[in-house]
Ligand binder design. Structure first.
Ligand SMILES: [Zn+2]
Length: 150
């Protein structure tokens, strides 16, 4: 852990399309930018105003991303999503963040989707809830807790 992030080299991947966007090598429809975070329109939108929020530094998944940088992204999501909602007249929106190909992540640079929603817009996903019993919960709390102590 570096105490002064300004003195670290920003991790990047020369083969990463998002790193190329950050570097200005590939254009984007930019919505917002600050020192650490960039937001731009998704070129394959699920709905009008669908946009992305990414850290400028390259981390593949959110669990590999420093917490303060993930937090900086969350602050931008809060700001941009309200503006997108107002501009599009969306009555709601999803914030979606995929990790790993199995989850649907297509670009291996951690990113959040902001997806404006309207009633009966046809978007959705399968949500098939199971049941959590007390023994299963206790086992998970112990195992996850061990990971949090690292
Ligand atoms: Zn990247």
């Amino acid at each position: 852990m570096n105490a002064d992030p300004s003195k670290t080299i920003t991790p990047h991947d020369t083969g990463c399309i998002f790193c190329k966007i950050v570097a200005g090598q590939i254009p984007c429809h930019k919505l917002y930018e600050d020192e650490r975070v960039l937001s731009f329109l998704d070129i394959g939108p699920l709905s009008r105003g669908h946009c992305l929020v990414i850290p400028k530094a390259h981390y593949e998944t959110i669990d590999a991303t420093p917490g303060d940088l993930a937090g900086a992204c969350a602050a931008v999501i809060a700001r941009v999503s309200g503006a997108v909602r107002a501009a599009t007249g969306a009555t709601g929106f999803n914030v979606l963040q995929n990790n790993g190909a199995v989850s649907g992540q297509e670009v291996a640079h951690m990113h959040f989707h902001i997806i404006p929603r309207q009633a009966n817009d046809g978007l959705g996903y399968r949500w098939l809830p199971g049941k959590l019993d007390a023994a299963g919960a206790a086992t998970l709390i112990k195992a996850i807790g061990a990971g949090l102590e690292r």
